[in-house]
Design a protein around this ligand. Sequence first.
Ligand code: SF4
Length: 257
Amino acid sequence: MAGSPSIRLGISQCLLGDPVRYDGGHKRDRFLTDVLGRYVEWVPICPEVEAGLGVPREPMRLVGASDVPRLVTITTQRDLTRQLKGFSTRKLGELQALDLSGYVFKARSPSCGIESVPLYGKTGKAKPDGTGLFARAFQKQFPLIPITDEGRLVDPASREYFLKRVFGYHRWSQFTKRPVTRRAVVSFHQAQADLLSSCGRRDRQALNRLVALPARYRPTQLAARYGRRFMKALQSSAGPREIPSTSRRRRKDERSN
Ligand code: SF4
């Protein structure tokens, strides 16, 4: 729409075709570059390159416990956890100002994977229990921002589900930039009939209850509650049963990102 602020999405940089992978290659995804890219503004990020690890670099993997995994190079066993975490803290601070409405991560990467990343235990065997270090930090910092990975987006229903949450988040974040009044929250709710129609009855009822008696809350309190509830409703809306991306695409590069 003319005059509307563009929808800005973070993306793992290798998915755009940039040669940032450990071997100097990329993982260009045509749907993202040629289709979705016409409608959104990408904010490309390669955590490993931006953390100073260079290209080419030694491949790495996650090791240890799933709640506190370490990022370790495969051959020389260099522990890069601190380096990657330091970068993540800095970068997430910068991203705060960029107003992202979503993020498409590279599946299975020890830095970018949002789930099912191979996690190696003491025996040297891997379980699909890991989350990439940067992806984990991102989710902690921005729990309401919709995320996905390119593996999930192969499925049209998953695409629709992700994009619906992105549009919802974008609308909400634009809304919160204006002075918030109770009346404005109620109007926002009334204008979301299209997005909320596919949400569960309980979620719709919870939102309806919030705006039915807005005077119970201070305006900022009402807005904060509504925003959390709204994104939760979209998240639990009639999306596809989330199938781990690993089962959609078999990847050859099991060892690293
Ligand atoms: S998956 Fe690896 S190469 Fe791609 S953006 Fe993330 S860290 Fe960089």
